[in-house]
Write a protein that binds this ligand. Structure first.
Ligand code: PGA
Length: 261
């Protein structure tokens, strides 16, 4: 029987349990400011052996992230990919195109894409599939809205979102990263408490564990107003393996402080 690979081994090639911190720049940036930010990250990232840092940038800057971060310990990725492999899909970008720029990650199913661009659970699952097929690690986002939380349906919503991806990927679900991002905590300054976040992570971990041993070890990131001053408490959660960071990933010192927390 193969040894169960720990979450640490999964993404860091070492035996210790690790943390993964992924920046999501969203639609922010510009050539000059990116140069400064990427250089500061490269210089400032001490790359402790149990931590991995990554930035997910707008498509036009993938080459810039590749140029600035190649040979460093910082990975990079995209914020979306098409569910299609190629063809007549004007304005879309395939996972294979993204992979050509040395990306390790692609965020899929971010709540902004679900809400603003109508991405269904099925589309998100297809995007995760496309990313994996191109050799990328999809960072699949799940999370409930404030109305859903207040209606007591958080568990139903996040499990529905997770199950759609698991049903599509089957045994390959063990190769993804999941980010739990309560929609009410994104960009609002309102963070889920460590206990609230851990409760949902535990639920997700149990569901993944029902698939197989590899799925049980999928890194589970928390996202939603993560800052340097709340990261440590969140990371203390037994099933919280890191963070997906929006606004705070645009400031090198803040982002690095989160990654070191
Ligand atoms: P935030 O965004 O950290 O600015 O809340 C997180 C995200 O949307 O990924």
């Amino acid at each position: 029987m193969p040894a169960i690979v720990s979450r640490g081994q999964r993404f860091l090639g070492c035996a210790m349990r690790g943390k993964l911190v992924v920046g999501n720049w969203k639609m922010n940036g510009g050539l000059r400011q990116n140069d400064a930010l990427l250089a500061e990250l490269r210089v400032g990232w001490a790359a402790p052996p149990t931590r991995e840092l990554a930035v997910c940038v707008p498509y036009p800057y993938l080459w810039q992230a590749q140029a600035a971060l190649s040979g460093s310990a910082i990975a990079w990725g995209a914020q979306n990919v098409s569910e299609h492999a190629g063809g007549a899909f004007t304005g879309e970008v395939s996972a294979a195109m993204v992979a050509e720029f040395g990306c390790r990650y692609a965020i899929v199913g971010h709540s902004e894409r679900r809400a603003l661009y109508g991405e269904s659970d099925a589309v998100v699952a297809a995007k995760a599939d496309a990313a994996l097929a191109a050799g990328l690690t999809p960072v699949v986002c799940v999370g409930e809205t404030l109305a859903e939380r207040e209606a007591g349906t958080t568990e139903v919503v996040v499990l529905r979102q997770l199950d759609a991806v698991a049903a599509r990927l089957g045994g390959r679900i063990g190769a993804v990263v999941i980010a739990y991002e309560p929609v009410w905590a994104i960009g609002t300054g309102r963070t889920a408490s460590p206990a609230e976040a851990q409760a949902v992570h535990r639920l997700l971990r149990r569901r993944l564990g029902s698939v197989d041993a590899a799925a049980a070890e999928v890194p589970l990131l928390y996202g939603g107003s993560v800052k340097a001053d709340n990261a440590k408490a969140l990371f203390a959660g037994a099933d919280i393996d890191g963070a997906l960071v929006g606004g705070a990933s645009l400031k090198a010192d803040e982002f690095l402080a989160i990654a070191h927390a």
